[in-house]
Design a protein around this ligand. Structure first.
Ligand code: SAM
Length: 348
């Protein structure tokens, strides 16, 4: 499948202010400049590793951050050194004001890049407006290239819609296009080559991601886990001329097949060998800050905003929460009870 790519997004260094507050750091020398904002919890798919068929106990609209509350958070964190923002969910394309949020981020001083994580179902409809609003990157979640398997994993139809969305995203010229594949044993481990083949003609990154135990306990314990090291070994044994290259901080293992336009990566999101490079601040759709994907404690930023706390107070809350980040996701996971039953509440 060849999908033509047209232009590149301009660099935005010219907009960087010299008046950023001290960066957000922690006791382990990490600096946090990447904000991941979940903008809703609801989704138009029901992936079996994420939610039950009937969904979860979704919060009411008034519990979620409003447009102006998200604007405030973007403004405040950008003044603290956040230069990269990702909108996720739930399914972010189901949120009516998403374009407004992207436009706002795009006009915010210090913000260099704005990304979206989506299941791609609605992407072909919105991709041009997303680009016009200033989006610089799209991660599309897609676990199979087989229509029947797609139905099994997502409990919905729609592979063609997602593939069309991917094609239009590549053609749009949006600079960074990634396909996120949750890799599962006996489900899509036999599709590794097909996914890698997408990178032959297209300058995209296909990323195989370890399954994580955020699934309302549906399939985590059923032996589908496919360890990053094993995925890497399988890639190496199946693909000749797989050359290691340099990638982003989460792309722990990254390769390019010789002569191919794109890249292939493996993300050890369960094994957690990448915590030392973490630069992420996560905010859930109901405005709780998580200083780690596996954190068992949350900081309520939404209520601080709703109670009229000053911007300086909110900055202190964020800074203190991030300073207290534990060494790694293993330590974080063992600090208490699970707060969140599904990744749709955290945003991945
Ligand atoms: N709806 C959007 C999407 O599908 O990309 C954004 C939200 S979704 C929760 C974000 C990512 O989390 C998706 O790539 C999804 O595959 C991944 N995810 C959800 N549950 C997971 C789990 N238990 N293990 C690994 N990844 C998971």
């Amino acid at each position: 499948m060849r999908m033509e790519k047209i232009t590149h997004i301009r660099p935005r260094e010219d907009r960087r202010s010299l008046s950023v507050n001290p960066p957000i750091t922690d006791h382990f020398g990490r600096t946090f400049n990447y904000l991941r904002l979940a903008v809703n919890e609801n989704c138009n798919l029901r992936c079996i590793y994420c939610m039950p068929e009937e969904g979860i106990d979704f919060r009411d609209q008034h519990q979620l951050l409003s447009t102006s509350e998200i604007f405030k958070l973007i403004k405040i964190t950008s003044q603290m050194g956040v230069s990269k923002i990702r909108f996720t969910g739930g399914e972010p394309l189901l949120r009516d004001d998403l374009l407004k949020l992207i436009r706002f981020a795009n006009e915010t001083e210090n913000v260099d890049s704005i990304h979206l994580t989506t299941n791609g179902l609605l992407l072909s409809k919105y991709v041009e407006s997303l680009k016009g609003a200033g989006l610089s990157g799209i991660n599309i979640s897609l676990d199979t290239l087989n229509p029947e398997k797609f139905k099994t994993i997502t409990r919905r139809d729609g592979l063609n819609l997602v593939l069309d969305g991917l094609k239009k995203a590549i053609q749009s010229g949006i600079l960074s296009i990634k396909v996120n594949v949750v890799a599962m044993r006996d489900f899509n481990d036999n599709e590794v080559l097909d996914f890698a083949e997408l990178t032959r003609e297209n300058d995209i990154t296909v990323r195989f991601i370890e399954l994580m135990p955020f699934d309302s306990h549906q399939i985590w314990k059923t032996g589908k886990f496919y360890r990053a090291e094993q995925i890497v070994n399988d890639l190496k044994s199946q693909i000749k001329r797989l050359n290691p290259i340099y990638g982003s901080s989460t792309e722990h293992h990254i390769f390019q097949i010789q002569g191919y336009a794109g890249k292939v990566a493996v993300i050890p999101s369960y094994t957690r060998s990448l915590c030392g490079n973490c630069n992420r601040i996560r905010i859930t759709a109901d405005g709780q800050l998580l200083n780690c994907l596996y954190s068992q404690t949350e900081t309520n930023i939404r209520d601080a905003i709703r109670n009229g706390r000053s911007n300086q107070d909110i900055k202190n809350l964020i800074r203190n929460a991030m300073t207290e980040k534990l060494r790694d996701g293993w330590t974080a996971q063992h600090q208490g009870q699970d707060q969140r039953e599904s990744m749709t509440q955290i945003g991945g």
